[in-house]
Write a protein that binds this ligand. Structure first.
Ligand code: BG6
Length: 514
């Protein structure tokens, strides 16, 4: 038995002899970006591509092709990338790296319904295969609104760009929102899958590219310390917070009508829940990891009644630091009677033996007190305290806090004796901080994810089942909210609407003030 297990392990194709600590460099390929004039391309994608080149992780001959309506020549496109890289790249600018990378820039002018433009794109890619040795391997990054996915996918099919030949690959990268509810997500997926098989579809949830998010798996599965307490036996509840201090000026086109729950709970926060609550995967092979996430998401339900276990709000005027800021309704581009929520909180439970009875509270908001994303596992109180009650008046609940950003790290909060002659006990923090523990700096999420697309490594990309299960969780909440009319207004710079506080205080709990 032991020897057959050893034999199986020996034959496991996932185990190769390579030292996995060494970085992998992508093979010959190109990336085409649709929506190249957009904010995401400028702030994240172009800088990440430069940073990858600077780290030596792109193949020689890598090509970047921009596709957009503008009347640009290749040089104009190169200038746009240059400015974006100068403004937003993480690593220092190096002329030699830039010079080599820029040789592979091409621009194709056209609209999505223009057959000729896609024929020109096809010809450009064929020429790059010859000139730069991109070898027929092409990734198509759809940084465009989802209602344009069908036409672009159809064009890629028509111009035979979606079909790989002779062992080469074609991949499509899609950005959220993956639909606006379960039904539309299914439709969208059917469109994408009618052109690209599921294993060629890479859905970006950039939270999964963050170091601190990947560290959840290391914390849980590389240590013996935490596992025994990682369950309903010891944990009272879990709070997942993604708070932002910025407002929505300039983002009305995307955000109005979408709102906080669709924008980040459906994807980022439910993915964080999945990583915190899932069981240990058999290995980190993509299918094993996905299977565990799917299992936990299918066991996740809303705590009822929804009216008491969810909250939504919209920011009104207020103060952000020293600056007076306007409310959402006065932000440029938002309808004066917009009912879009900028704050959302929901309460979930995970119906498994490990988590029975433990609420998971998820909240997110714009224009809150400060920018912070964290996952706090809040422990039950000790069953018995052999102290005079005045001695523990200041003692809270133990907590393990995964600080996703900023100030990345982990905090353990526990009680400690206050120095002095009495036995007074108060909360203290024990901190691990990335900045102090490591000399290596963390790559940007998009660096990691773009590299993984080029390598064909799917672990950090949610599969369609995860997307659909997340909509199944959120849909009933969205339906309940739709019936209620306007969200509650909260003052900018505070921690959200009163109903969110009531949602927890009903059970004797309260939100952390990070
Ligand atoms: C995006 C949302 O997915 O994440 C934005 O659409 C949000 O609304 C952003 O501001 C936050 O990302 P990060 O990495 O700064 O936490």
């Amino acid at each position: 038995m032991a020897s057959s297990r050893a034999a199986r392990r020996h034959h496991n194709p996932l185990r190769d002899e390579r030292d996995k600590r060494l970085p992998r460099i992508a093979g010959p390929c190109s990336m085409v970006i649709f929506g190249v004039t957009g904010d995401l391309a400028r702030r994240k994608l172009m800088p990440a591509i430069y940073d990858l080149a600077n780290r030596g992780l792109l193949p020689t001959g890598f090509a970047l092709v921009g596709f957009a309506r503008r009347e640009w020549a290749d040089e104009d496109f190169a200038q746009v990338v240059h400015d974006a890289v100068r403004a937003h790249s993480r690593t220092p600018f190096r002329e030699d790296v830039w010079h080599e990378l820029a040789k592979g820039f091409r621009f194709v002018q056209g609209t999505f319904d223009d057959d000729d433009a896609f024929d020109r794109l096809s010809a450009t890619l064929t020429a790059l295969d010859e000139e730069r040795g991109t070898d027929g391997n092409h990734a198509f990054y759809l940084s465009i609104p989802p209602d344009s996915f069908p036409v672009v996918c159809d064009q890629l099919k028509r111009s035979e760009l979606a079909q790989p030949r002779d062992g080469r690959w074609r991949r499509v990268v899609i950005e959220k929102p993956f639909g606006h509810d379960l039904a539309s997500a299914r439709k969208l997926n059917a469109v994408v899958n009618s052109v690209f098989p599921e294993q060629s579809v890479f859905r970006i949830d950039h939270y999964l590219g963050k170091e601190t998010v990947q560290n959840i798996l290391a914390l849980r599965f590389a240590n013996q310390l935490f596992d025994p307490v990682w369950s309903a036996h010891y944990i009272d509840h879990v709070q997942i917070t993604m708070a932002e201090d910025i407002g929505l000026g300039g983002r009305a086109g995307y955000y109005d009508g979408i709102g906080a729950a669709r924008d980040v709970i459906q994807n980022h926060l439910l993915q964080l829940l999945a990583l915190v609550a899932m069981e240990e995967p058999v290995s980190f092979a993509p299918a094993e990891l996905q299977a565990e996430k799917i299992k936990v998401l299918s066991a996740t339900r809303n705590i009822l009644p929804l009216e008491e276990n969810s909250a939504r709000g919209q920011y009104g005027p207020g103060w952000q630091g020293n600056e007076s800021v306007c409310g959402l309704l006065d932000e440029e581009g938002f309808a004066k009677d917009s009912t879009t929520e900028t704050y959302a909180a929901i309460a979930l439970e995970v119906d498994t033996r490990r988590w029975a009875g433990v609420p998971f509270y998820l909240r997110t908001g714009k224009r809150l007190g400060r920018r912070v994303t964290e996952i706090a596992l809040v422990f039950k109180r000790a069953p018995h305290l052999p102290f005079d009650s005045t001695m523990t008046a200041e003692l809270g609940q133990n907590a393990l806090v995964i600080r996703v950003q900023p100030d990345e790290g982990v905090t353990l909060r526990f009680g400690s004796k206050v120095p002095g002659s009495s036995m007074e006990v108060r909360d203290v923090n024990m901190d691990f901080s990335y900045g102090e523990a490591f000399t290596e700096s963390s790559p940007e999420a998009y660096e990691r994810l773009i590299l993984d697309v080029l390598l064909g490594e799917p672990s950090l990309f949610p599969v369609n089942d995860e997307v659909e299960l997340s909509w199944e969780i959120l849909d009933p909440v969205l339906r309940a909210w739709a019936k209620k009319g306007r969200p509650e207004t909260y003052e900018s710079g505070t921690w959200g609407p009163a109903s969110a506080d009531e949602m927890l205080s009903r059970t004797g709990r309260s939100w952390r003030r990070p």
